[in-house]
Every structure is written in C-alpha cells, then in structure tokens.
Write a protein that binds this ligand. Structure first.
Ligand code: UDP
Ligand code: MG
Length: 309
C-alpha cells in the first residue's frame, strides 16, 4: 500500500453478493489506468447474504480494497456516511454497487475535480429499461421536493459524486441523523458542477429501495429542508376558518329570519372537511415532531461490527 491515498472510492452494499465481483472486475482496471494511488472502501449495510465475505476475499488478494460491516441495516445514506468517515483520499468518490453508476464515468469526475471543482455531482440520463414506476416516482419526488423545499435539488441527481478533501471536511460537520445527502450537498455551497451520464438498468438483483424506503427517503428530504408543509397546514387552517366564519354568519342570519333548514348535508360536509384538514395538519406537525424526537436522542448514528484487517 502507498503512504498516501489520492482517490477513495466508497461503495455501500446491501445484499449485493451478485454484483460485487463484476463491479470489481470493471472498477479495478478503470482505477489502475489512472496511475494514481487509490483505495476502495465497501460498507456492508447489514447484508443478509455473503456480501461481506466476498469483500474479505477480495481484500486478501488486494489490500487496497477494504471494508467495514455495519451492525445492522442502517440505510444507504448512513452507509455512505460510514464510508466517508473512513476515506483517506485527497478526493472521495461515492457510488452504488449495482453498476448503475458506471465506473467509466470516474475519469470524467476526476477531470472536473482537477479543473478546481470541490464537488462534482452527476445526473443520470435514463436509459431504456428503467421501470416506469421508478421514473414517475422519481420525477414526482423532485418536483415536489423543489416546490416544498428552500434549496434547489437537481432532478435525476443521484448519490454518485466526487468530493474534495475540503468539501468532505465540511460535509462531515453535519450532525444530523436523518440524512438526505443530496440536499445537504446542495446546501453546502463550494464550487459544484454536474456531469451527465447514461444509466444502465440494474442487471442483477432488485432495487433495494422498497416503496416504504422511498417514501421515508422523500419525507426525510422534505422535512429536513423545509418548513413549508407546516406553513401550508396553517394556511389551509386559515382559509377553512374564514369560510367557516362566513358560513356561521349565514347560519345566524337564517336563524333570526326563522328560516330553519334541514341542514344534514351541509353539516356533514363541514365536519368532514374540517376533520380532514385537522388530521392532515396534525400529521404534518407529527412528522416534524418525530424528527425532533429522533434527533434529540442523539444516539450514535451507526455501529461497526466487523472490518477487514
Ligand atoms: N444500499 C444500502 N443500504 C440500503 C439500501 C441500499 O447500502 O438499505 C445500497 C445498495 O447496495 C446500492 C446503493 O445503496 O449499492 C443504492 O441502492 P439501489 O441500487 O437499490 O437503489 P436505486 O438505484 O434503486 O435507487
Ligand atoms: Mg441502483
């Protein structure tokens, strides 16, 4: 091993035993061609398959490839953080294990970094074969995100990016638990640029983002960057209150005119609408409260249970 590592590549793994070997086969030649020292750090995010055993085997053949295993599944974003904590390189590159972040793009990332960019983001151009659900949900998510939050998030951006040591140092200062890396990066500033690449469909294994994980991810993204939902709740409360006031006035006038109406429909509609808005508003407040609760416990963000020697 060299004394100084120039490039750190960090790759989170969650049940990726079928992808690791192929990834290494493609990634190693790309890195070796650069004529710079590098390290690969795999972060096993509580896989239930042989992912980490494979990492250990690869480490035996090639000590520049190392790995840590988290004590359970903490999620992609936290696995990334664990990898970033370990990265020693002058630049660090984070990418997925499923070859949807093609290693061939790495030289372009480095080229942009040598032009002085501290953060080089990527944006995928969807290749044929990406499921329509993923496409639609991802587009909808970014639309909603940009409408609701106070910082711009590029559509189709992914967690495939390069950061300089300076940017990494800044990134590691974030203390939050619910992490939405894309948003944090956008919030950070520094010299950033975006590179486009074509994204092949996942060839092996299925996306580890279940609908539940995606929803959770979206909620994290929105609630950690914006208080707009709270404001929307207050506004709808105000509007309903105003309409209610008018209606009450109308009801009182009707009373004094002695014109009593049957009124069942209007009563039901009012109760339903107001009840619905109240539940929605409480739900929104609850989301933020949960976030505060979660952060305030200040628990360790992850544990490491095993690592390569
Ligand atoms: N991943 C992880 N923990 C998880 C889910 C995913 O470490 O809980 C890893 C996964 O192994 C992959 C990367 O994060 O390397 C992105 O996951 P995936 O390809 O399933 O997401 P998608 O490309 O569908 O957004
Ligand atoms: Mg993927």
């Amino acid at each position: 091993m060299q004394d100084k590592t120039e490039i750190s590549v960090i790759i989170p793994l969650y049940n990726e035993e079928d992808n690791i070997e192929r990834l290494i086969q493609i990634l190693l030649p790309v890195l070796n061609q650069l004529n710079r020292s590098w390290e690969i750090i795999f972060i096993d995010d509580g896989s239930k398959d042989r992912s980490f055993e494979l990492v250990k085997e690869i480490h035996e053949q090639n000590p520049d490839v190392t790995g840590i295993a988290l004590s359970r599944n903490f999620g992609h974003q936290i696995a990334l953080l664990a990898g970033l904590h370990r990265a020693k390189g002058d630049v660090v590159i984070m990418m997925d294990a499923d070859l949807q972040h093609p290693p061939e793009v790495i030289p372009r990332l480095l080229e942009a970094s040598s032009r002085g960019y501290d953060i080089v983001n990527t944006r995928r151009i969807d290749a044929k074969g990406t499921g329509w659900f993923k496409k639609v949900s991802s587009r909808g998510f970014y639309r909603l995100m940009n409408f609701l939050s106070d910082i711009p998030i590029t559509e189709s951006s992914s967690d495939f990016r390069l950061m300089s040591k300076k940017a990494l140092g800044a990134f590691l200062k974030f203390q939050e638990r619910d992490r939405f890396t894309r948003g944090l990066i956008s919030w950070m500033g520094f010299n950033q640029t975006i590179i486009d690449y074509e994204c092949p469909p996942r060839l092996i294994g299925t996306s580890k983002y279940t609908l539940r994980k995606m929803l959770h991810f979206a909620l994290d993204g929105i609630t950690s960057f914006s208080a707009k939902p709270l404001r929307i709740a207050s506004y709808s409360g105000m509007i309903v209150f105003f309409i209610g006031l008018l209606y009450a006035l109308f009801a009182i006038i009707q009373y004094f005119r002695g014109a009593n109406m049957p009124g069942w429909t209007s009563l039901l509609v009012t109760v339903l609408i107001i009840g619905g808005i109240q539940l929605l508003a409480i739900g929104i407040i609850g989301e933020y409260l949960a976030r505060i609760f979660h952060e305030s416990k200040a628990r360790p963000i992850y544990f490491i249970k095993d690592q390569t020697p």
